[in-house]
Design a protein around this ligand. Structure first.
Ligand code: FES
Length: 132
């Protein structure tokens, strides 16, 4: 029996929003200190909301599933709402994650938060939307 819920396996087999994004408005990249895997989240922002989002990871089943889930949750949300999504929101949606995979499930939320910060920092620099 798999240690993962059906929902986790579903997102792992058919991940949503996986891939690269051309000229994103914000990029967040984080590494998992426990396993060394890396995660990147790309966002496009329109009228203060996340209009598009993509992720890339070399992580495990839990990392892929949580990224897929969090990109689904974050799409259409305001930046403030996205910044509040954490690994709890994700693992609840996924029907729970094995405790030993806790560090993996943090990656997606951390990368999303980093992408929001990156967008805000770029916007602060240019005074308006980031120029590309
Ligand atoms: Fe590296 Fe899960 S083992 S992300």
């Amino acid at each position: 029996m798999s240690m993962y819920s059906d929902k986790v396996m579903e997102h792992f087999r058919n991940p949503k929003n996986m891939g690269v994004m051309d000229s994103p408005d914000g990029v967040g990249e984080v590494g998992n200190p426990v396993c060394g895997d890396v995660m990147a989240v790309y966002i496009k922002v329109k009228d203060g909301r996340i209009s598009d989002i993509k992720f890339q990871t070399f992580g495990c089943v839990a990392a892929v599933a949580t990224s897929s889930m969090i990109t689904e949750l974050a799409k259409g949300k305001t930046l403030e709402e996205a910044a509040k999504l954490d690994n709890k929101s994700v693992s609840t949606e996924l029907g729970g994650l094995p405790p030993i995979k806790e560090h993996c499930s943090n990656l997606a939320a951390e990368a999303l938060h980093a992408a929001v910060k990156d967008y805000l920092a770029k916007r602060a620099q240019t005074g308006t939307r980031p120029a590309h």
